[in-house]
Design a protein around this ligand. Structure first.
Ligand code: SF4
Length: 403
């Protein structure tokens, strides 16, 4: 649907980034890295939620020591986040991390930068040049008259030159800002001048839902332009939410294969026979992080629901105090309203294991269709096709305006 910009490929541990590799999801732990067990627990939760690469801060010797124990036990590659202290980058590499993130805004001594890049070259550890609008090099701030896209791109390119001086090229770049238009423009400019893989993010996006919207606005805009090789949602929330959001964004754009349930639900309206919001929420909770890659629909009424969600693998619509289950638009069962969520999960698991055909074959669809038709007819009788009485209103309106 949209062409992805060609970038070179690097590897973070075993995970490819750039080139034709799938776009990856990143997140960052919020535990103290010295707390090995707590950090690993969070890393496992992140991996289960769809995170491909995780970053941990490396801000003190105890954190680097923690990394030495975390790296061999982590299910996904670990990147050490470095600010101010270049020696922490060296310590993190000694601990065996799969990648580094350096902030050119706060490690500015060329000798220090070259020392880290030389070590990374010898160990073949990739580095992300992580420019951040808020911590831009003061000289560039001055030169460009503020936090400008040009200043952020120049900061990244300056750092890159130091890397090139020591023949180091395992690089990713990010130019994050908390302003969406600013970061979008910075990434656009950057993608014009380099084929290095890009890590996308809106920094300090804030708590959900506003933070989710901001991050999505920035990241999705760029992805749809073919820009971006790896992404991170920076939310003020449990990092598991970041991983879920990243994964969902990529799946919804068709950039990653579906891994979890894609729950679609109607927005509800006057025809709804159930509290759609509550049923959809309970269904979300019941499915949790189960690895069932199906699209499941929750629809408020049987009059329009099954038709509107006929493309879904499985769905349920409410009518006459009963739930009508449908598979690929075909009625397969009519269940009591109180069992809707539980039945939905049971059917999803069955379809995931045995397939759609087997699911349809296990029931008498003619009987289900007959029961469903009865409910639909009862509802039509009770409310009529024109639930909003629009025909009568139109007659009144015409009288009012004198037609
Ligand atoms: S499926 Fe039914 S309840 Fe839901 S929005 Fe459509 S008409 Fe309204």
């Amino acid at each position: 649907m949209f062409e992805r910009r060609k970038t070179r490929q690097i590897f973070v541990g075993k995970v490819p980034v750039g080139g034709d590799a799938p776009i990856t999801v990143q997140s960052m732990t919020i535990t103290k890295t010295a707390d090995v067990e707590g950090t690993l627990q969070q890393i496992y939760a992140l991996a289960a939620a769809g995170c491909d690469i995780v970053r941990c801060t490396c801000n003190e010797a105890a954190a680097a020591e923690g990394l030495a124990q975390i790296v061999p036990r982590s299910p996904i590659p670990i990147i050490a986040d470095i600010h101010h202290q270049y020696k922490m980058a060296l310590a993190a590499m000694e601990a065996g991390v799969h990648g580094l993130r350096l902030n050119p805004g706060n490690i500015r001594n060329p000798d220090h930068i070259r020392a880290v890049a030389s070590e990374a070259r010898d160990r073949q550890v990739p580095i992300r040049i992580g420019v951040n609008g808020g911590s831009l090099d003061p000289a560039l701030y001055e030169k460009w008259g503020g936090i400008k896209p040009e200043a952020m791109v120049e900061s990244a390119m300056q750092e890159l030159r130091f890397f090139q001086e020591v023949d180091f090229d395992l690089v990713k770049i990010s130019v994050k800002a908390s302003s969406v238009p600013l970061m979008v423009e910075a990434y656009r400019q950057l993608s014009e001048v380099t084929d290095i893989p890009l890590h996308l993010g809106v920094t300090e996006a804030g708590p959900p839902p506003a933070g989710l919207l901001k991050a999505t606005a920035g990241i999705a805009t760029l992805l749809l332009e073919g820009i971006g090789d790896t992404i991170r949602y920076s939310l003020t929330a449990d990092p598991v939410e970041e991983a879920r959001a990243g994964r969902q964004l990529l799946e919804s754009l068709g950039l990653r294969e579906r891994k979890n349930i894609d729950l679609i639900a109607c927005p509800s309206c006057g025809r709804a026979e159930i509290d759609v919001i509550d049923v959809a929420k309970r269904a979300m909770e019941a499915f949790g992080d189960r690895k069932i890659p199906l699209q499941v629909a929750v629809m408020g009424c049987v009059v329009n629901g099954p038709g509107e969600a006929r493309e879904a693998d499985l769905g349920i619509a409410a009518g006459n105090k009963r739930g009508h289950l449908f598979v690929k638009g075909r009625n397969v069962a009519v269940v009591p309203e109180s069992e809707m969520v539980e039945q939905l999960v049971e059917w999803a698991e069955f379809i995931h294991e045995f397939g759609t055909e087997a699911a349809i074959a296990r029931v008498d669809t003619a009987k289900a269709e007959c029961e469903a038709a009865k409910d639909r007819a009862a509802l039509m009788d009770e409310k009529g096709e024109d639930v909003n009485h629009s025909a009568e209103k139109i007659v009144e309106i015409r009288k009012t305006v004198g037609h």
